[in-house]
Design a protein around this ligand. Structure first.
Ligand SMILES: [Mn+2]
Length: 562
């Protein structure tokens, strides 16, 4: 049985690691049923007894009291971990991927992260504890032995990361959250499209035709930008080499080199997932329209306003195509030089034998409308998604939906900044998540579409392109805004703008209700300093029929999950 550390903090961590391992194993092995759960609960009790005994507690009454107290505590830890694992099964996965395979890869990653946080000796002790557990029921199951071997191999993997040299401290200052209130109750801009899909087939077709025309106009705007910027990244190795360029879009990468002496103000939104009230609130809270107007009237006296959207406009919430996506396209076509709408992994449709499918499961937006509209409509959305840019580089800040590509793909495919347009690398950047580990082994990265990268891998990637900060969405983050890496060298922020405990944009049972949706403002000063200010989105204000016509009557077509 495991030797617990005499340091109570380390001992607590050791217990948690073992409990995580057994819970994980229970799920990977197949159904984590009642008898297996009971086995884990008993095993936890035995571990606690062992720990109390090795601490030399001789007196019977005290021993019993301690064992009961700690057993209760660690049974709670076990329940918490188990709940967390179950929640993983509700996360979106790529449509060609098995939900179980995704969760297994994620659990393996978490096991790896936990075990890696211990020193070598403790790691070995933990592995011994696992062997002890594998033998506990008298026979070692092949699946148990395989998982143990995989974890051991990951812990021994070559984790060398090539760093170029020391990077200076990122010139970014993250402020504490502020409160922002909308200056206007609503704005005529939004009145044009706040209406439900009609139950009447002819009327619905007319609504869809108008949306298809809007899609065409949006694609035309992006194409025009693309024509002008094509090829500008070729042969460039660092963002610094682009400093004197005018803003451009090279294929799928927007670049805005800040002009010396000019001020910029970027309003940034993470995933919106059909939460139209979040989008409307954030636009009005940030006073984006007033700022664009002021800048157009007097560019010398006003900061240049930009709206950056990190993708995932659709699914989960109930106003996907007709709420969020329609307004994003209206914004893009109305003020193309002020709006950067990036692609998320949900903006990914596949065509197969004349039919169109969502690239993630479940794909609520398309599933809701499919029974009511011809396939042409969805082919149109697919064309729009394929046209959407996937990255925005503003000085040393990279805005992207999810994260960085896999190590192996980078090694094979990355040559210069134009490689950011490589379809495989772009796709991977729609799916990855940052891990608490410094390095995630390549073998583990290969195990699911939604893979993880470590802090040092992120650092090496940012060095490679000459950036210092990533702002990304993609991960349901209950706090809405989180500094995941902030080590004085690089900064990685997760921003999530969908959710809200009482948000009527979401179905009653939505897992996003635990999220406080947040937005952020990035201010770039005339002196080149960068300040990031997070703020909460006041979605409640726009759950009101007086300020949001979607709430004047119930939807005519019911929201559908599968
Ligand atoms: Mn996503």
């Amino acid at each position: 049985m495991i030797r617990f550390s005499t340091d109570p903090v380390v001992a607590e961590k050791q217990m948690q690691a073992v409990i995580f391992y057994v819970t994980t194993f229970g799920h990977i092995d197949g159904d984590f049923d009642l008898s297996e759960r009971e086995f884990v609960r008993l095993y936890i009790r035995r571990l606690v007894e062992h720990r109390v005994d090795s601490a030399g507690v001789g007196e019977d009454a005290l021993r019993a009291e301690l064992v009961d107290k700690y057993t209760k505590h660690f049974h709670e830890v076990f329940e918490g971990i188990d709940r967390h694992v179950k929640e993983l099964f509700t996360e979106a996965v790529a449509s060609d991927e098995d939900q179980d395979a995704f969760v297994h890869a994620k659990l393996k990653l978490r096991c790896f992260e936990i075990f890696q946080s211990f020193d070598r000796e403790t790691q070995e002790q933990l592995m011994e504890a696992i062997d002890d557990l594998i033998d506990a029921d008298g026979q070692a199951h092949p699946a148990e032995v395989k998982f143990r071997a995989e974890l051991a191999q990951l812990l021994e993997a070559d984790l060398d990361i090539e760093m170029i040299d020391e990077t200076p401290h990122p010139p970014v200052h993250v402020e504490t959250p502020v409160e922002l209130h909308p200056s206007l109750e609503t704005h005529p801009f939004f009145d044009q499209f706040e209406f439900h899909y009609s139950r009447d087939p002819d009327k619905l077709q007319r609504q869809a035709s108008a949306d298809m025309a809007l899609i065409d106009r949006t694609i035309a705007v992006i194409d025009a930008q693309r024509q002008k910027g094509r090829g500008k990244l070729a042969g460039k190795h660092s963002i610094a080499e682009l400093a004197n360029e005018e803003p451009f879009l090279d294929d799928f990468v927007h670049v805005l080199p800040p002009k010396p002496g000019r001020e910029y103000e970027l309003t940034v939104l993470g995933d919106l997932h059909g939460c139209y009230s979040c989008l409307k609130a954030a636009i009005l809270q940030s006073r984006f329209f007033e700022k664009v107007k002021a800048f157009r009237e007097d560019p010398a006296a006003n900061p240049e306003p930009k709206l950056v959207l990190l993708g995932d406009y659709i699914d989960r919430g109930m106003f996907s195509f007709n709420g969020v996506l329609r307004s994003v396209m209206q914004l893009q076509t109305t003020a193309p030089e002020h709006v950067y709408a990036l692609r998320g992994n949900h903006e990914y449709y596949l065509e197969y034998q004349g039919n169109v499918y969502g690239g993630v499961k479940p794909a609520e937006a398309i599933n809701t409308l499919k029974p009511h509209l011809p396939v042409d409509v969805f082919k149109h959305y697919m064309k729009l998604f394929d046209a959407l840019p996937s990255m925005f580089l503003f000085g040393g800040v990279l805005f992207v939906h999810a994260g960085i590509p896999r190590d192996r793909a980078l090694k094979e495919r990355f040559k210069d900044l134009s490689s950011l347009n490589d379809p495989e690398l772009r796709f991977q950047m729609l799916w990855s998540d940052p891990s608490s580990a410094d390095v995630v082994p390549a073998d583990l990265q290969d195990q699911s579409s939604r893979f993880a990268f470590g802090r040092l891998q992120c650092h090496a990637f940012l060095q490679r392109i000459g950036a210092h900060t990533i702002v990304r969405g993609h991960e349901k983050e209950n706090e809405g805004f989180k500094r995941v890496y902030d080590d004085g060298q690089i900064l990685l922020i997760t921003l999530f703008s969908a959710g809200g405990a009482t948000n009527d944009d979401l179905p009653a049972d939505s897992s996003y209700r635990t999220v406080t949706p947040m937005a952020m403002t990035l201010r770039y000063g005339a002196d080149g300093s960068t300040q990031i200010v997070p703020w909460a989105i006041e979605y409640e204000t726009y759950n009101d029929p007086e300020r949001n016509a979607f709430f004047k009557s119930p939807p005519e077509i019911a929201h559908r999950v599968e």
